[in-house]
Write a protein of this length. Structure first.
Length: 193
């Protein structure tokens, strides 16, 4: 998801009312700041779809559910985001008429040039402060690169995956093929300089 990086100050109650009334736009909300979300590229959308399909097939009938960017994630009292893909394994998050999950285990963001700094910076800090998130995955949409940040007891670790590898997602105890993430997407294998 691409963001219009214009921040607007607001109270959480007003944000939730805005989201309820809004039929055309979605907004992220971090500590009183509103961020308008907008559409992404075809590559971005295809990569997010591939990931959601792969994860949904992999979790099968386990207690875990995979969500797309249509579902809002509450990170704390004053933090709401729309990740490209999220996974929750908490039964309380699986109410069909709900629009928000509260206990994400895995968050995946597909990077866009306009949001990469936000996804790596402010948003990642907020994800780190959400106790239920065990892994944060960044997938590049300009060239083939997958980065996984994992929560350990006292710190976050980092692992970068290459096109010939399988991506290990410890939070779900599964592997997904790197190439499947980029299926039907024609972008370079490496960053062009």
């Amino acid at each position: 998801m691409v963001a219009d990086l214009k921040w607007h100050a607001m109270r959480v109650e007003d944000y939730l009312q805005l989201e309820k009334a809004s039929t055309e736009a979605r907004h992220e909300f971090l500590d009183g700041q509103l961020l308008m979300m907008s559409g992404g590229t075809i590559a971005h959308a295809r990569i997010a779809l591939n990931i959601a399909k792969l994860l949904d097939a992999a979790v099968g009938d386990s207690p875990c559910h995979v969500y797309t960017s249509d579902v809002r994630v509450q990170l704390s009292v004053e933090r709401y985001v729309y990740p490209d893909v999220s996974v929750s394994c908490e039964a309380s998050d699986h109410q069909d008429l709900a629009d928000t999950i509260h206990s994400p285990r895995l968050i995946i963001e597909v990077l866009s040039p306009t949001t990469e700094a936000y996804d790596r910076g402010k948003k990642f800090i907020c994800y780190q402060e959400c106790a239920t998130i065990q892994e944060y995955v960044l997938v590049n949409s300009r060239y083939q690169s997958v980065e996984v940040f994992r929560r350990n007891e006292t710190l976050w670790t980092y692992q970068r995956f290459e096109p010939h590898q399988e991506i290990e997602l410890i939070s779900l105890n599964l592997y997904i093929p790197f190439a499947s993430i980029y299926e039907r997407v024609s972008i370079p294998l490496t960053e062009e300089h």
